[in-house]
Design a protein around this ligand. Structure first.
Ligand code: HEM
Length: 300
């Protein structure tokens, strides 16, 4: 079903109500919640909770495996939600609505904080606990998360080779290709700085966005100037810089937490995704999100 048809069907199932109808229902219920429904309860029509709770197929009888599986699913949802917010921030920045873009960026940072809190659910796991079901995961690895790649691409971390695993999943692959062909949030920010009078070279503004942005001294100099200017609510670019810093820091925390979880549960063993494990992850983590926002701080 198309998204618009789905929305119409869900709206009909939830049955929108006016404040007056709500008040009338509460008055006739005498303070108690409504207990009778003709069909599916509206909460389920909206949240699809009964579907969500059927999406777990553990591969073993080990009681600990469910937290590994569900924490992974929870993180997937957070990856998707964060992508949603970053795309909204891009849309607003392209329209020069810097102040408005701060709200989705703040939401993105808070969702990433929630994502990071989800790691607590795995901190009980020793290598022996993990080994009880690890072999059953075969070659399955979070490395194959398409939504994580979307998130990386939006943040400007772009390695085309990492979408190869999806070549035989046509729809997923097409979406990743489209994401690579579109500017990252950082590309949009750089373009915005140029529109706001910062002197940035054409090679940056017309670059091939499928590759990773290379840190540039002109972008760094722009941020130094922005942060040098009067601090306050009128300096929207500086507020934007801080909002982006928060997003980058929270994302960095996820990567760090992941590395600690790997160390805790499998040490330096090779990964199920075929990599060297810890050493590969450490190299991957060395790629910096919004690099000039960090390097500029040395010159401030
Ligand atoms: C204790 C549990 C975990 C272990 C031992 C672990 C292990 C690993 C390893 C070794 C890699 C490198 C690729 C490979 O498999 O060879 C990797 C990559 C990855 N894992 Fe995990 N992982 C764990 C939990 C999670 C969870 C809960 C998620 C959330 C979905 C996740 C998402 C990812 C992602 C996105 C990558 C790619 C990172 C990058 O490209 O830099 N992992 N993991």
């Amino acid at each position: 079903m198309e998204r618009t048809d789905l929305r119409a069907a869900t709206r009909a199932a939830v049955r929108p109500a006016t404040p007056r109808q709500r008040a009338a229902r509460a008055a006739s219920n005498g303070g108690e919640p409504t207990l009778e429904f003709a069909g599916r309860v509206p909460y389920d029509a909206y949240v699809q909770a009964s579907t969500l709770h059927r999406l777990q197929t553990p591969l073993s009888d080990d009681p600990g495996e469910m937290s590994f599986l569900m924490v992974s699913q929870i993180m997937e949802l957070y990856f998707g939600l964060t992508c949603h917010e970053l795309r909204e921030a891009q849309r607003l920045l392209r329209a020069d609505r810097i102040w408005d873009a701060l709200a989705p960026l703040r939401r993105a940072a808070l969702h990433l904080e929630g994502l990071n809190a989800a790691w607590h659910g795995l901190r009980w796991m020793t290598p022996a606990d993990f080994n009880r079901f690890r072999n059953l995961l075969g070659e399955g690895s979070g490395f194959q998360s398409a939504m994580y790649r979307h998130l990386e691409f939006l943040l400007g971390l772009r390695d085309e080779a990492l979408i190869r695993p999806f070549r035989r999943q046509t729809e997923v692959y097409a979406e990743l290709r489209a994401a690579l062909a579109a500017p990252s949030l950082w590309d949009d920010v750089v373009a915005l700085l140029a529109r706001h009078g910062h002197d940035l070279p054409a090679e940056l503004l017309d670059r091939d966005v499928t590759g990773e942005h290379q840190p540039h001294p002109a972008v760094e100099a722009a941020w130094v100037r922005i942060y040098d200017e009067q601090a306050g609510p009128d300096n929207h670019l500086r507020l934007l810089g801080e909002a982006l810093t928060e997003v980058a820091e929270q994302f960095g925390d996820w990567r760090w937490n992941h590395i600690k979880a790997v160390q805790r549960t499998m040490g330096a063993k090779v990964g199920s995704g075929g990599s060297a494990g810890l050493a590969w992850l450490q190299r991957s983590m060395a790629r910096v999100v919004f690099p000039e926002l960090w390097s500029a701080r040395t010159a401030m």
